[in-house]
Write a new protein. Structure first.
Length: 81
C-alpha cells in the first residue's frame, strides 16, 4: 500500500470519525438522565467543543479530492513506465 492510498484513507477517516462522534453525542444528549446522573436537561455541546469536530471534518473534505487527484496522477505515471 503506497502513501497515496494512505492519504485517501486518512481523509475518509477524518470525514467519518467526526460524523460518527457527533451523531453519538447528539444521541447521548437526548437520553434521559435523571437521578444522581443529572437533572434531565440536555447538555448541548458548546462552540469550543465543536471546533475540533468541525475542523477535522473540513480537513477531510478538503483533502479528499487532492488525495484522489494525486493517486490518479501517480497511477498514470506508473502506467507510462
Amino acid at each position: 500500500m503506497n502513501k497515496y492510498v494512505i492519504y485517501i484513507v486518512a481523509s475518509v477517516t477524518c470525514i467519518l470519525i467526526p460524523v460518527i462522534g457527533l451523531l453519538y453525542g447528539l444521541w447521548d444528549i437526548h437520553q434521559p438522565k435523571t437521578g444522581p446522573v443529572g437533572d434531565g436537561k440536555p447538555n448541548y455541546p458548546t462552540i469550543p467543543q465543536l471546533i475540533p469536530i468541525i475542523s477535522c471534518f473540513i480537513l477531510g473534505v478538503v483533502n479528499l479530492p487532492f488525495a484522489i487527484l494525486r493517486y490518479r496522477q501517480n497511477k498514470k505515471t506508473k502506467e507510462d513506465l
